[in-house]
Each structure stands twice: as C-alpha cells, then as structure tokens.
Design a protein around this ligand. Structure first.
Ligand code: ZN
Length: 243
C-alpha cells in the first residue's frame, strides 16, 4: 500500500492543488494530513474543504488550534499572529469546529502520525535537536512515525543503543536500519529549507520505503493573494526564498 503524507499547508491553495494533483498520479490508496491546514496565507477555508475531502486522517496542528479556539497567541511571531487573525476572520463556525475536533495523533500497530512531537503533542515542541528527538523517541512505540511542524523535511533515527542521528532526505529511502524512524515530511505551503517548492512524502508500506517529492507550484499566484488580502508582505517574500 502507498500512503501520501503531507503537512503544513497553511492556507496556500496553489501549493495544495499542485500537491493533490501530483498525488493523484502516484497510485496511492490513502492520504494523510499532519496538520496546520490554516494560518499564514490567504485561503484558509477552501484549504480546509480540500483537505477534509481528500484525507483519510487529519491531525491537528498548533495553527489549526489557534485559529479555531480563542486562545492567547502572544507566543506566536507577529507575522504568524497576523495569519491567525486572518484565518479566524475567514473561517466559518463549522470549519472552526472541525479544526477544534481534530485529534493530536493517530497510531496504528506499525506507524504513528503527529504534527510536532509525541513528547506532549499539545505542547508542539520543535524537533530540531537530538535532545528533542530523544524526548520524542522515548514515547514512539511504532517502528516509523511521521511529523511536520518545522517545515523542513528530514529523517531522524534512533538505533538500538539509543543514539540519535539524522539523514538528509533523498528522493527515495528504504527504512532498513535496525532503528526507529521519525520522518519529517516538510511543508506543502511554506517550506523553510531554502527550496520554495512544495514538499510531501509517499510511504510504500510493502517496500518499507519513503519518497520525498518536491512539487513546483505558482508561487506568484499565492503571493498576489497574500498581498491582496492585506497580510504582511514578508509572508509573500519568504515563499519565493523558501524561508
Ligand atoms: Zn506549520
């Protein structure tokens, strides 16, 4: 079975449409979204609709929660706050209910889906250091887990001795080391690895292999929508730089 797994759409409809049409050509039997459908960019409502229709499982991200619940957002950066306020104003009560009700994780006997870290999923820790990875792996029960949140695709693994290491994502990778794997699938709508293309993964469960796919989309179209919506210009500029 092939499973398409993507994350961090962040209201970027042109990027989401490019990814969903690429997925259609890959012969997958299931699609999973690891959260942060909304926030930052200009089209939150239609992105919620598309993801809800396309995916078997959708996990809650920190922006989904912040846009759906009237919580204090002082911890977010100023441009993230602007995106959250915009999404709050452009989502229906029904969309907010949907985002509010999303689960923090989904686990099967072989793999786990989470937005940020299994070490307290509702605290949204960034796995960007071996220490944070170790805290996550202490909780991960399945051989493979998938996350997003940092907007940077990466493979983490923890071997039998407890050592944590990373591998740079290659296009196709077989998960054949005697280790637990955590796959960061990158972001559809706002990558931060200096590559402006959308990113997602396909997990081939029979071959135990993942494929990182980078998809070009009309960045200019998304930028125009951001500026027309009155959102901060920096949200538009960062997309062409992959920041
Ligand atoms: Zn995000």
């Amino acid at each position: 079975m092939k499973i398409a797994i993507f994350s961090d759409v962040h209201s970027n409809l042109p990027a989401l449409e490019a990814v969903l049409s690429d997925i259609k050509r890959q012969g997958v039997s299931m699609q999973v979204c690891l959260g942060d459908i909304v926030g930052y960019n200009a089209e939150p409502a239609v992105c919620v609709e598309r993801v809800r229709r396309a995916c078997h499982y959708v996990i809650q991200g920190n922006h989904d929660k912040a846009c759906a619940v009237d919580l204090d957002i002082a911890d977010f950066s100023s441009i993230a706050q602007a995106g959250i306020q915009y999404s709050r104003a452009h989502l229906s009560a029904e969309h907010k209910q949907y985002l509010r009700d999303l689960p923090l994780l989904k686990t099967t006997d072989r793999w786990t889906y989470v937005h940020a870290s299994l070490a307290e999923p509702s605290e949204w820790y960034y796995i960007d250091s071996p220490r944070e990875a170790l805290l996550h792996f202490r909780v991960q029960q399945t051989p493979v887990a998938f996350c997003g949140h940092t907007h940077r695709p990466l493979v983490w693994l923890r071997d039998k001795s407890g050592e944590v290491a990373t591998e740079r994502p290659r296009q196709v990778m077989t998960l054949n080391r005697p280790a637990k794997y955590l796959i960061n699938v990158g972001s559809v709508g706002q990558n931060r690895d200096r590559d402006p293309r959308a990113c997602y993964t396909i997990f081939d469960t029979d071959k135990n292999a993942i494929e990182f796919r980078r998809i070009s989309y009309d960045v200019r179209a998304t930028q125009k929508k951001i500026l027309a919506a009155g959102l901060p210009k920096a949200l538009a500029w960062r997309l062409e730089l992959g920041l």
